[in-house]
Write a protein that binds this ligand. Structure first.
Ligand SMILES: Cc1cc2nc3c(=O)[nH]c(=O)nc-3n(C[C@H](O)[C@H](O)[C@H](O)COP(=O)(O)OP(=O)(O)OC[C@H]3O[C@@H](n4cnc5c(N)ncnc54)[C@H](O)[C@@H]3O)c2cc1C
Length: 144
């Protein structure tokens, strides 16, 4: 893979192993694949499934249930945070690791907003409550 693999006990691991909530720190991954592309994600999933290693995907690491923290391989999409805005089609292509703040900034340049919330470091893909605090007004929003 092009990204970096952080193995438990080695340099850099503790900086990428934890999610947002320390309640879930009792179970940490054996290694974290910090993916920079979809090819990296594919390679990580293939490795885990070929070797019968459990894996967990993580973006913003804010899951309230701890479901992005687990033993085995952590697949972290954080570096895949690009938000590409196309003004001619009024659309945006959003990376799996983009945070809400990245998405807000990206789509606001088009005069759009998105539902989400107020915690800017959360991942954007799993937003669900549809709060409109970052919407231009008046406007209509849709969950991603
Ligand atoms: C302090 C706090 C404030 C919050 N405020 C809001 C709010 O204002 N509005 C709101 O809607 N929600 C809010 N939430 C809830 C939050 O949206 C959810 O917890 C959401 O799941 C966080 O997404 P994440 O990417 O940060 O989490 P993660 O923990 O990274 O991921 C959540 C789930 O998605 C899976 N996943 C992660 N990345 C991918 C991927 N690329 N492909 C497929 N699956 C993936 C993970 O495996 C996990 O099951 C809040 C949570 C916290 C802790």
């Amino acid at each position: 893979m092009t990204g970096t693999l952080y193995v438990k006990g080695q340099s850099g691991y503790s900086a990428v192993a934890h999610g947002y909530d320390p309640r879930f720190d009792s179970v940490l991954p054996s290694a974290v694949a910090r993916c920079v592309s979809s090819a990296d994600v594919s390679a990580a999933v293939l490795f885990a499934s070929t070797n019968a290693v459990p894996f967990t995907v993580r973006s913003g690491g804010h899951a309230l249930s701890g479901c992005s923290t687990g033993a085995g391989l952590g697949i972290d999409t954080t570096p895949m945070s690009k938000v590409a805005v196309n003004s001619s089609t009024a659309s945006a292509t959003v990376g799996a690791g983009a945070r809400l703040i990245d998405v807000y900034h990206g789509v606001s340049s088009l005069g759009f907003g998105t539902s989400g919330g107020h915690v800017r470091k959360r991942g954007h893909l799993r937003s669900g409550d549809g709060r409109r605090n970052r919407f231009p007004d008046p406007t209509m929003g849709s969950d991603l």
